[in-house]
Design a protein. Sequence first.
Length: 249
Amino acid sequence: MINIELVGKSALVTGSGGGIGKATALELAEAGADVIICDINKEAAEATAEEIFTMGRKSRAFTVDVSDAIQVQEMVKAVIADFNKIDILVNNAGITRDGLLIRMKEENWDKVLSVNLKSVYLVTKAVSRYMLKARSGRIVNIASVIGLIGNAGQANYAASKAGVIGFTKSIAREFSSRNITVNAIAPGFIRTAMTDALSDEVKSQMLESIPLGCFGEPSDVANVVHFLVSGMARYLTGQVIHVDGGMVM
Ligand SMILES: NC(=O)c1ccc[n+]([C@@H]2O[C@H](COP(=O)([O-])OP(=O)(O)OC[C@H]3O[C@@H](n4cnc5c(N)ncnc54)[C@H](O)[C@@H]3O)[C@@H](O)[C@H]2O)c1
């Protein structure tokens, strides 16, 4: 019987104050893990940590901008001092700053690439020191189907998510001999604050492109993260799992 339980594991989930990150943090805690919450939004991070604490797990909230190298290094040091180890890392924090290329400001290009891609490099590098020493670890990066198929008005976002996929495959190869798996999830349209901001017209267009005929929920992504970080996914690395109702096949 392969273990899907995560009792005794400690997990760091970025952007876990809301949306997919919060659902993932709660899912991992439900499975028994202690979960470290990290978000740029202090109140949201503290609220998620409080929920996990009431589930009987250890938790701690960090208010961190994951695109800032110093803040990331300090957080990881503090986590190791407090939790001793990080078994699971979920790089989830992400933003959009949409616009057609002709009007896309350089600051919106830089911001999206920093928060969505540079952060994955920074947090993975800081955490992997400890995973490599432990010769064990699970890393899941939240990409997007947009990184695979592109989208008009999202050149910055698509480039960042395609970058996350390339990063995932490279690091999966680098870490494979140390029993550390690195996989990506490419969600389609998941109902969160990020997608609530879209117009009804865009939403109904998107819905038509989803074979299963409905939008996804944050828990749909969280369930796949749970699988990937569990013993069930021992033999999976360097993969991109689509969680998109069949949108991209
Ligand atoms: N919702 C979707 O349909 C969808 C689809 C594909 C991919 N994704 C990806 O899933 C991830 C989560 O998205 P979501 O829909 O839950 O979004 P969300 O906006 O609901 O949540 C994102 C969280 O990240 C935090 N965050 C933003 N910038 C940060 C920073 N610099 N440092 C730390 N935390 C930061 C926010 O405060 C927020 O709590 C993102 O990487 C997103 O690109 C979402």
